[in-house]
Design a protein around this ligand. Sequence first.
Ligand code: ATP
Length: 241
Amino acid sequence: MESAPPNRPDLLRVTKLTKTYAVGDAQVVALDGVDFVAASGEFVVILGPSGSGKSTFLNLIGGLDTASAGQAWFRNWQITCADDAGLTRYRRNHVGFVFQFYNLVPSLTARENVQLVTEIATNPMAPAEALAMVDMADRMDHFPAQLSGGEQQRVAIARAIAKRPDILLCDEPTGALDSKTGIVVLEALTRINAELGTTTLVITHNAAIRTIAHRVVSFADGRIAAIDTNAERQPAASVRW
Ligand SMILES: Nc1ncnc2c1ncn2[C@@H]1O[C@H](COP(=O)(O)OP(=O)(O)OP(=O)(O)O)[C@@H](O)[C@H]1O
């Protein structure tokens, strides 16, 4: 099994994780016995062709979907044994999600969008602090429609990190953005990883982003085809696409 880099405790451990979907009479194997360990504080970039199982993997370790077989552990708690209430608590207390589309509430300001999460979290930061971490302190009272796509994504990231999650799961966070705006979003993600130690997994179709990761996981046909470690990480500002 792939082991975590030395000197960091494991945060996530996945063993033979499998997901099949019934489509009519056929079975689609979306995830085919994946083994993986993420260390606390790691920044992982996940690459792979469309349909290779990346989102399925993220949804299972984020407790958004349930596995067909295999195990997933968060520290010493087994995600794959949890009932719905347990998964809800896990997501609420430990996992932040960022998706390609920002899913902000249009009638609420940036600050109020973040407040939606901080009001139900156990040890949240102030919304203003979370927004400052993504350089949106001066736009807190703007509505989503008054913000660019990249700015809306930074608000979505502030919303995801305001509860101080242990894990931040990002599915194509720059997929809808041009490169200049996307780089600002990546800078926010790497800063949060460095300053808060949030273990971060980022799915992307953009292979240029691989340079900012500690490790790069490549999916193919529902399996992990390769895991590469970057001897030297590059700053997000150096990424070009
Ligand atoms: N709810 C579902 N019902 C049936 N099949 C599904 C479902 N979700 C995913 N699949 C199938 O599982 C496989 C893996 O899908 P998944 O979305 O994880 O891939 P992906 O690598 O994230 O793709 P993309 O890069 O296009 O988002 C695909 O064949 C997909 O069609």
